[in-house]
Write a protein that binds this ligand. Structure first.
Ligand code: ATP
Ligand code: MG
Length: 155
């Protein structure tokens, strides 16, 4: 027991605090339901900083590139059709351990499994309309921020 407690304490101490930038999208359903303000409010209330922000109507090529890891899966066409069906808010969000923090805030992919208190757990019901995207890891975050903000982030 003592050893376990020591290990746990050490694990907490050793948890890295890394300044990260992650990509967040508010999908067409979130924009149509006028949830832009609510979602950004939650991000900023968490002490994360919006360092890039725009409203775009993404084309198919951009969305297919964004979801390239899912090409060939049964839901690929549906998810691409959904993302290209209307306006999307693209945001670069910066903060300590921002990638994991934002993923946790957004909740599980399937809103039925998302924890109450998360965006999907509070505001969504369907996996086809789960309101937001957020980068899954550091490599994805770097790739996705570059893809959606090819012009670079404002200084
Ligand atoms: P996102 O990438 O949009 O943030 P995620 O990382 O939680 O979501 P992914 O596995 O990357 O989940 O799936 C991308 C999107 O594809 C999901 O947001 C969802 O809309 C759709 N999707 C994923 N899995 C399924 C599934 N089993 N059935 C239907 N749609 C799915
Ligand atoms: Mg994903």
């Amino acid at each position: 027991m003592q050893t376990l407690e020591r290990c746990c304490a050490q694990a907490i101490c050793l948890q890295e605090r890394t300044m990260e930038t992650t990509l967040v999208l508010i999908k067409p359903g979130g924009v149509n339901r006028r949830l832009i303000g609510e979602i950004i409010r939650r991000i900023e209330a968490r002490d994360l900083t919006v360092v890039g922000l725009k409203l775009v109507r993404p084309n198919r090529a951009l969305v297919e590139e964004h979801y390239a890891e899912h090409r060939g899966k049964g839901f690929f066409d549906d998810v691409v059709n959904y993302l290209t069906s209307g306006r999307v808010v693209a945001m670069a969000v910066e903060g300590v351990n921002a990638i994991q923090a934002v993923r946790t805030m957004m909740g599980a992919t399937n809103p039925l499994e998302a924890t109450p208190g998360s965006v999907r757990g509070d505001l969504a019901l369907s996996i086809d309309d789960n309101l937001t995207h957020s980068s899954s890891d550091a490599d994805a975050a770097a790739r996705e921020v570059k893809l959606w903000f090819s012009e670079g982030l404002p200084k």
